[in-house]
Write a protein of this length. Structure first.
Length: 213
């Protein structure tokens, strides 16, 4: 009986959490009737060919990619602490959740309790099959673009990835791609995922140099 009661209470808590997420999403969707602001595109790698010095060109390429990396659609998934943020202002996530041991939430309130395989338009709750927080060693919030660049290159702080794997993640990962189709009147990241991938590839080819910290 005690076990059943505990399950009922846990179920009620999960339902309440999702109801709050739905209510929050609906509220956010109706703050303004205006569409999300149109983001400017990204420059192509070829537009940096006039920079003769490869190292300087590499830094310029990453700075351009930084328009996406520093955008709220990316930064919200790379928090410096245990709680994700949301919205363009990087506000604390509602309901209050934590990353958990695997980045998918704590036991009893997993990310996929509310975040499903795709955006849920009626509530505004976003979704993707791989919805999760970036590992803590990949925390970006509060750091300069130069510091993030050095972090991205360091296998000890990027989940053990090679530069080729970093490119694959940024150019093709569906959760990264969500940033350009976030739904619910959220502003998309600048440009396209393909443009970001091209910039990252060119950055690697020119020596993966970083902007000043």
């Amino acid at each position: 009986m005690a076990r059943w009661r505990s399950r009922i209470i846990s179920g009620a808590m999960l339902s309440a959490a999702c109801a709050l997420a739905v209510a929050t999403g609906v509220a956010q969707r109706h703050v303004s009737a205006d569409p999300p602001p149109v983001q400017s595109g990204l420059r192509s790698p070829a537009s940096f060919d006039s920079i003769a010095d490869p190292a300087a060109r590499s830094r310029a390429l990453f700075t351009e990619a930084g328009k996406v990396i520093l955008h709220a659609r990316c930064m919200n998934c790379h928090p410096a602490g245990e709680q994700p943020s949301q919205g363009d202002a990087l506000s604390p996530h509602l309901p209050a959740v934590v990353r958990g041991a695997d980045g998918h939430g704590a036991i009893g309130l997993r990310c996929d309790t509310c975040h499903q395989a795709e955006n849920y338009a009626p509530s505004g709750v976003p979704g993707d099959p791989h919805w999760a927080l970036a590992p803590l060693e990949m925390a970006w919030q509060g750091r300069t673009l130069g510091a993030i660049c050095e972090q991205i290159k360091d296998p000890a702080r990027n989940g053990g990835k090679t530069l080729s794997q970093i490119h694959e993640h940024m150019a093709h990962d569906s959760l990264v791609g969500w940033g350009w189709a976030p739904g619910s009147r959220r502003a998309p990241a600048p440009g396209t995922q393909a443009q970001l991938g091209a910039l990252i590839a060119a950055w690697i080819q020119t020596g993966a140099q970083c902007p000043p910290p």
